[in-house]
Design a protein. Sequence first.
Length: 350
Amino acid sequence: MTRVALLGATGSIGRQAIEIVEANAGLELVAAASGSEPIDGLAPLTQVGGDLTDLLDRAEPDIVLNAVLGFAGLPATLWALERGVTLALANKESLVAGGELVLAAQERGGGLLLPVDSEHSALFQCLDGRRAEEVDSLVLTASGGPFRGRKRGELADVTPEQALEHPTWRMGRKITVDSATLANKGLELIEAHFLFGVPFEKIDVVIHPSSVVHGVARFRDGAALAHLGHPDMRVPISFALTYPARAATPVPRLELAGTTLEFEAPDLETFPLLRLARDAGERGGTFPCVFNAANEVAVEAFLDGRLSFLGIADAVDEALAASDGAPARDLSELVEADTAARTVAEGVSA
Ligand SMILES: NC(=O)c1ccc[n+]([C@@H]2O[C@H](COP(=O)([O-])OP(=O)(O)OC[C@H]3O[C@@H](n4cnc5c(N)ncnc54)[C@H](OP(=O)(O)O)[C@@H]3O)[C@@H](O)[C@H]2O)c1
């Protein structure tokens, strides 16, 4: 029996994870956490808000599914990897913001890091433990979001309701807006760099509207392995929770007849957050942390009606310009960089 601690149990990923756990006799939910929603009785141990590592200390799980939203998920990510506990990571923000610290924790504790993000789960499977020198490059696919094909001038007045209408994935509000701005693909670019140790110039992003191909790994012999499937997060959640087995899920099989696969280059003029993320990742240090923090604040301001859609990129740009990006030697220095970036972004969003 695998003892699962589920953090972010009330969210989009959290609810789908509960479905997977309930359908699988080999999985047992021993602890659950949310940010503010009541979850009494959901698991033997529950916690609403507060320090999630307290709950993890008490629960002693075999696997932590971190589906918390945002930078708040970082302590739990570090907790699992430091202790050699398997981490199923949906909370990409913790790896983006704390990349070096997260990898150092994994190095010390030896915890297995299994990506839940569908693109990274796909790449993890395509790479299948291949040596770095065999890998030529990686490709992350992006749906392009609800505003694909529009030009910058057409996005000045778009509303949160329009940004929340994602064409292929049903997700939480923050990641749905991130998909509309392409910030999500920027976060995923940095996530892939840390997960797979591949340099940024060898990670491409391509727009693929139907979201059937989740990721492609290209190898030095000219072969390219792709991972295909319906856009349904229960697949990568189940893969991570039952790894290395592949447990059955209710997701229908993919029929190829009638499935068309289209790809196009992203429009970086209209969606500058992807370019800003790549730049932040390449510069390293705390620039990815600053990118993430400013984006979190700006997306919230956009959803509250305090900031325009195009203002999200402006807020992130300003926070990056105001930062020296000095590397964080420990968690408290990272929290400092995060807080400073939030202050700049809040100033832009006020
Ligand atoms: N949704 C997807 O399909 C998808 C796909 C790939 C990756 N991800 C990633 O998975 C993570 C979760 O996304 P989501 O779409 O599931 O978000 P969501 O629907 O907004 O849910 C967020 C969850 O995090 C909890 N939470 C927020 N702050 C917390 C805190 N300080 N302590 C404990 N719990 C806290 C929320 O609790 P309350 O309900 O109480 O606020 C909720 O359970 C994000 O990092 C996202 O990028 C999501």
